[in-house]
Design a protein around this ligand. Structure first.
Ligand SMILES: C[S@@+](CC[C@H](N)C(=O)[O-])C[C@H]1O[C@@H](n2cnc3c(N)ncnc32)[C@H](O)[C@@H]1O
Length: 217
């Protein structure tokens, strides 16, 4: 089992991860390699929550901010409608190249478009809309991403953001290490902003590193 900082009781987390359906070999290898190399990938318990929303929604279109090596976009592609596609944005060229390789190897390059760009630059320059937007890029910019994504998501669409409780620090009143102070303040601002936005129904789940789910009314 992967060992990472946990915001919930370790035994509970371990129990949940061991109970959930394991990944198939194709995805397990990508996930394990990413963890070995210290590449940030979504946690398995978080992935299963995402899966629930994808299975209900069967989206025609997904936007992901933060592709890394393509693990989540490959997983998400299994839940697309027949004509569905994914746009996934990444600003690190070495990640882009590895994602391209992984996606091509699985013959998913017609369904998954990898965009080498700063997430914010991409957002301000597009006019297409999406059924699901998964925010998993620069944590300090989540509020700005959400502002634009709130216009780019279809009605009844969903904006999901990962790591919103950032190692549990977002919920703590004090003793935030100096280095993380700005990030934690920004994530608090983000959560305050999205929970007050009346265009959306938002819930915050203490799964993985914290997940926000905002459904556009
Ligand atoms: C947590 S990882 C994404 C993990 C991926 N969604 C998964 O679970 O398989 C975050 C990624 O966002 C990228 N990133 C960070 N800041 C970014 C930005 N400003 N614009 C685009 N990508 C960014 C990082 O290079 C990193 O690969």
């Amino acid at each position: 089992m992967e060992k990472r900082f946990s915001i919930v009781n370790n035994d509970v987390e371990k129990y949940i991860v061991n109970t959930l359906a394991p990944l198939d070999d194709e995805l397990r290898i990508i996930h394990e390699n990413a963890l070995k190399e210290g590449i940030p990938v979504v946690r398995l318990e978080t992935l299963r929550v995402l899966e629930t929303y994808l299975a209900i929604k069967k989206p025609d279109s997904i936007l992901e901010l933060g592709c890394a090596i393509g693990f989540t976009s490959i997983f998400f592609s299994r839940y697309l409608s027949e004509k569905g596609f994914i746009d996934t944005v990444e600003n690190d060229i070495s990640m882009v190249n590895r994602a391209k390789y992984n996606i091509k190897m699985k013959s998913l390059d017609k369904k998954i478009n990898i965009i080498y760009a700063e997430a914010m630059d991409y957002l301000i320059n597009i006019d297409r809309k999406y059924d699901i937007i998964f925010i998993d890029a620069a944590k300090g910019q989540y509020e700005g991403y959400f502002d634009i994504c709130s216009r780019l998501v279809n009605d009844n669409g969903i904006i999901i953001a990962d790591n919103v409780l950032y190692r549990g620090m977002v919920a703590k009143g004090d003793k935030i290490p100096h280095r993380q102070n700005t990030l934690v303040e920004r994530l608090r601002g983000f959560l305050d902003r999205i929970t007050k936005d009346e265009r959306f129904s938002t819930s915050i789940l203490s799964v993985g590193d914290g997940l926000s789910i905002s459904v556009k009314k």
